[in-house]
Design a protein around this ligand. Structure first.
Ligand SMILES: Cc1cc2nc3c(=O)[nH]c(=O)nc-3n(C[C@H](O)[C@H](O)[C@H](O)COP(=O)(O)O)c2cc1C
Length: 408
C-alpha cells in the first residue's frame, strides 16, 4: 500500500506522468520550524537532470507546502505537499506499449490491477519517491534538532568499481578467518566522519574522489552502449539513542530493510558486517562492551551495525543497499509482446543509466522515516511508564535505574 509508518505516517500519491506527485504526512510534532526550503534541499539532490550521469528528464521539482504549517511552524496537523510533473513526454512510450519492459514493473502491475498507467512506469516510477524524500526531510529536521541525529548516505559501488580495499577491506584468505578485519579501520573511520558535503563533492556521490572518477567512466561506458549499470549505497545514522525498535516483528533492522527494499530498483539489504560477518568466527565478530569516554557503556567494535535484538544500542547504525541496473535501456533486446509474440524492444524515453547517485537522498529519507517513527513509538512507551512509581521490588539486575536511562 502507499502508507508507511505507525505514528509518523506518510502516504504518497502520484504516477510518472500525472499532474503532480506528493504526500500527506500525519503525526509530525507541533512546533517544528519548517519552510519549503528545508524540504527543497533534499528534493533538489534527488531531482533528475543533475548531471550527464542521470536521466535528462528536466524537472525542477519545486515543492509546494499546502497545509499543517503556519508562519513557518508545524501545527501538528497533517502536512500536505506536492510537486508538479512538468516535463512529461508520454508519447516517448507509444511504440513500446506493445511490450512489457523486461525487468520493469509493466507486466506485474497489469497482472495485479488488470489495468495500468498508459505511459512510463506509472506508480512504479521513481517519481513516486518525491513524496518520501519530502517527508524524510521533515523527519530529519526534527531528528537533528531534537537529538542531533545525522544521516549520511553515499555511493559505495557502481558495477564492480567500489571504494577500494585500503578504505573498505574485503575478506581474502578463505583458510584463515582470523586474518582480516571484517571492515577495515579506514572504512570505520569513513563511516564516522563522512559528511553530505564530502558526498556531494563528486557527481557520483561517492566521497572517495579517485573511485568516483572510475565510477563516472563505468556509467558513461554503460550509457554509450545504450545500456545501464547497478551499484550500492551505504548509509550511516549517528547519535541514535538506544532502545529503538519494536521486537519481534518490527525489529529496527526489519523496519530499515522494509523501508529500503520499498525503494524502486533495490535488490539487496545488509546491516553492519552483513554477509561478510558470516565469514568470521564469533570471537572476531562479537562487539565487546567497554566504558566509553563519557562513562556510559558502549561497544569497542560495531559489527552489529548499531542494532542488537532488533533494538538500537546507541552505536552508529550503518547498512548497505544494492540497486539493480535500470531496466529501461535503448539497446535492442529480444523479448516478447504482451500477447507472447516474439520481437525486439529498444526502449525510448529518458532514463537513468545508473540510479545510485540519485538514490542517495531517497535512502537518507527512508532512514529518517524509520528513525522518526521508532522514536515516537519508544517515546510513548517511556512516557507512559514514567508516570508509574519507580520499581523497588525487583532484583537490581532486572531493572535499569531511571537515572541510567539514556534511551529516547
Ligand atoms: C532514483 C531512481 C531512478 C530510476 N530511474 C529509472 C529509469 O530511468 N529507468 C528505469 O527503467 N528504471 C528506473 N528506476 C527503477 C524503476 O523505478 C524500477 O526498477 C522499476 O519500477 C521496477 O521495479 P523494481 O526494480 O523495484 O522491481 C529508478 C529507480 C530509482 C530509485
Amino acid at each position: 500500500m502507499s502508507t508507511f509508518g505507525t505514528l509518523f505516517r506518510v502516504t504518497t500519491y502520484g504516477e510518472s506522468h500525472c499532474a503532480s506527485v506528493g504526500a500527506i504526512i500525519d503525526g509530525c510534532p507541533p512546533g517544528l520550524a519548517l519552510s519549503a526550503a528545508d524540504v527543497q534541499v533534499q528534493l533538489s539532490r534527488r531531482r533528475p537532470g543533475q548531471s550527464n550521469l542521470t536521466t535528462p528528464r528536466d524537472e525542477k521539482d519545486l515543492v509546494q507546502l499546502q497545509s499543517g504549517i503556519e508562519h513557518g511552524v508545524t501545527l501538528g496537523t497533517p502536512i500536505g505537499l506536492f510537486v508538479k510533473n512538468e516535463d512529461q513526454r508520454p508519447h516517448d512510450y507509444s511504440e513500446t506499449d506493445m511490450y512489457p519492459r523486461p525487468s520493469h514493473a509493466d507486466y506485474t502491475y497489469l497482472q495485479k490491477y488488470g489495468v495500468k498507467a498508459s505511459s512510463g512506469g506509472g506508480r512504479s516510477s521513481a517519481r513516486e519517491t518525491i513524496g518520501r524524500v519530502a517527508a524524510g526531510a521533515i523527519a530529519e529536521k526534527y531528528l537533528r534538532q531534537a537529538y542531533g541525529i545525522e544521516i549520511v548516505a553515499f555511493v559505495s559501488s557502481v558495477g564492480k568499481v567500489r571504494i577500494p580495499s585500503s578504505v573498505a577491506s574485503q575478506n581474502g584468505d578463505e583458510d584463515n578467518d582470523d586474518a582480516e578485519d571484517i571492515l577495515s579501520l579506514e572504512y570505520a573511520k569513513l563511516l564516522k566522519t563522512v559528511t553530505r558535503q564530502d558526498v556531494d563533492a563528486n557527481p557520483t556521490r561517492c566521497p572517495h574522489a579517485e573511485t568516483s572518477e572510475r565510477m563516472i567512466e563505468r556509467i558513461v561506458r554503460a550509457k554509450d552502449a545504450n545500456d545501464s549499470i547497478g551499484g550500492t549505497v551505504t548509509c550511516v545514522i549517528r547519535n541514535v539513542p538506544s532502545g529503538l525498535g519494536e521486537p519481534v516483528f518490527d525489529k529496527f533492522e526489519a523496519k530499515l530493510g522494509h523501508a529500503m527494499l520499498s525503494i524502486p530498483a533495490t535488490k539487496a539489504f545488509e546491516i553492519g558486517s552483513g554477509f561478510r560477518g558470516t565469514e568470521v568466527p564469533g570471537s572476531r565478530h562479537n562487539d565487546a562492551f567497554v566504558r566509553k569516554a563519557n562513562g556510559t557503556l558502549g561497544t569497542a567494535t560495531n559489527w552489529s551495525g548499531g542494532v542488537q535484538g532488533g533494538i538500537t544500542n546507541g552505536e552508529d547504525i550503518y547498512f548497505r543497499i544494492g540497486f539493480k541496473s535500470p531496466a529501461t535501456i535503448s539497446q535492442a533486446q529480444s523479448t516478447a509482446q504482451y500477447d507472447g509474440t516474439p520481437g525486439s524492444l529498444a526502449a525510448r524515453g529518458r532514463h537513468d543509466p545508473c540510479v545510485v547517485p540519485r538514490a542517495v537522498p531517497i535512502v537518507e529519507s527512508m532512514a529518517a522515516l524509520v528513525v522518526m517513527d521508532e522514536l515516537l513509538l519508544q517515546h510513548s512507551r517511556k512516557t507512559s511508564a514514567a508516570l508509574l512509581p519507580a520499581i523497588t521490588t525487583l532484583p537490581p539486575t532486572m531493572v535499569l535505574p531511571r537515572e541510567a536511562e539514556k534511551s529516547a
